[in-house]
Write a protein that binds this ligand. Structure first.
Ligand code: FES
Length: 132
């Protein structure tokens, strides 16, 4: 008899149950807002950048378990990284850091990559504006 199996790795379940860096950064200098057109889930990612390095990251996600776990992992992955390096973090890298995602849930990790890129983009635009 088949037992109930979530098909999620232990790490995904752990980040889902105990997500890191949930919340807002009041003085964030980059905010990314994205929505997943497939399921309607939404993610907001806040970053604090100092000297071109992400010193803090927090998120608020209204979404599935994989969206919560990938949000949590992406904030962990970017903290302390120069923005150039953070820009190279792919959804696949986020999923891999979580021990993989079921193929049907890979689209959820795209949300995390897009939220990060959107937050960095917001930071760069604000920086450009303040330099103008
Ligand atoms: Fe919507 Fe996972 S099902 S992000």
């Amino acid at each position: 008899m088949e037992t109930f199996n979530t098909r999620y790795s232990e790490k995904v379940m752990e980040h889902f149950k105990n997500p890191r860096n949930v919340g807002e950064i009041p003085d964030a200098n980059g905010i990314g807002n994205v929505g997943n057109p497939i399921c309607g889930d939404i993610m907001r990612l806040y970053i604090k950048v100092e000297n071109e390095r992400i010193v803090d990251a927090k998120f608020k996600t209204f979404g599935c378990g994989a969206a919560i776990a990938t949000s949590s992992m992406v904030t962990e992955l970017v903290k302390g990284k120069p923005i150039e390096e953070a820009l190279r973090i792919s959804n696949r890298a986020v999923a891999e850091a979580l021990g993989g995602l079921p193929p049907i849930k890979m689209h959820c990790s795209v949300l995390a990559e897009e939220a990060l890129k959107s937050a960095i983009d917001d930071y760069l635009k604000k920086k450009e504006k303040s330099a103008a």
